[in-house]
Design a protein around this ligand. Structure first.
Ligand SMILES: N[C@@H](CCC(=O)N[C@@H](CS)C(=O)NCC(=O)O)C(=O)O
Length: 218
């Protein structure tokens, strides 16, 4: 019998959206449980690390978004075929999650102004190195972020793209990188992903700052 999958996260994309997209790509049904802010304090103690995402497979709780993504990517044919390819995928995903964290820490969601300003300088410096690096790789890979075919890191890319753009109130820091924009196009062309993006709930319903939604480009 097929396992029963339940993915638990907040009503946000962040560290869970690439996992949701892997499920969509593979056509594997899963329960998409979204914990609201008001429920979190109580729910936190039921999780292994006090953090989300948690993936339950037949009730067994798995933590950490990257190993969860890799685990599912192996089932969905979205992992690398060699050690080298898996390195490229992991490295791209890590860079993108670093950028996403930097965008959060320097956004309006950081209420301490002094800290926000320090983090903004750090984020801009990170972007000046990471974006050209990712662009070079995307060019080399013909419009994919890590290897010459679609991988789970491409889903991390479109998640980071969308989330960062919302955190920056719509500003597109990727706009001058044509091969990174091609990655977005290539991923959004995949029928299962397109269909998923069309049908998923709008994050802006609970997070009004989520102003840029990939669905509006379909
Ligand atoms: N390394 C972990 C980080 C998980 C994490 O930081 N989760 C945040 C949301 S993105 C969280 O649960 N925050 C709530 C809290 O810590 O109380 C992963 O990638 O899964």
């Amino acid at each position: 019998m097929a396992p029963n999958y339940k993915l638990i996260y907040f009503d946000n994309t962040g560290k869970a959206e690439a996992i949701r997209m892997i499920f969509a790509y593979a056509g594997i049904p899963f329960q998409d449980e979204r914990i609201l802010r008001a429920e979190w304090d109580k729910f936190k103690s039921t999780t292994p690390l006090g953090q989300l995402p948690v993936l339950e497979i037949d009730g067994r709780k798995m933590t950490q978004s990257t190993p969860i993504s890799r685990y599912l990517a192996n089932l969905a044919n979205l992992a690398g075929k060699t050690n080298e390819e898996n390195y490229e995928i992991d490295a791209a995903a890590e860079i993108l999650y670093d950028l996403l964290r930097g965008a959060y820490e320097s956004s309006h969601l950081e209420l301490n102004e002094e800290r926000r300003n320090i983090m903004r300088i750090k984020f801009e410096s990170m972007c000046s190195m990471a974006l050209p690096h990712l662009e070079t790789n995307a060019k080399k890979n013909g419009g994919y972020i890590a290897i010459k075919s679609v991988s789970w890191a491409d889903f991390v890319f479109i998640t980071a793209y969308e989330n960062i753009r919302s955190l920056l109130n719509g500003k597109d820091i990727f706009a001058s990188y044509p091969n990174l924009l091609k990655v977005k196009e290539n991923v959004m062309k995949i029928p299962s992903i397109k269909n998923y993006i069309k049908k998923r709930p709008r994050i802006s319903a609970t997070r009004p700052w989520f102003v840029y939604d990939l669905r509006d480009e379909l």
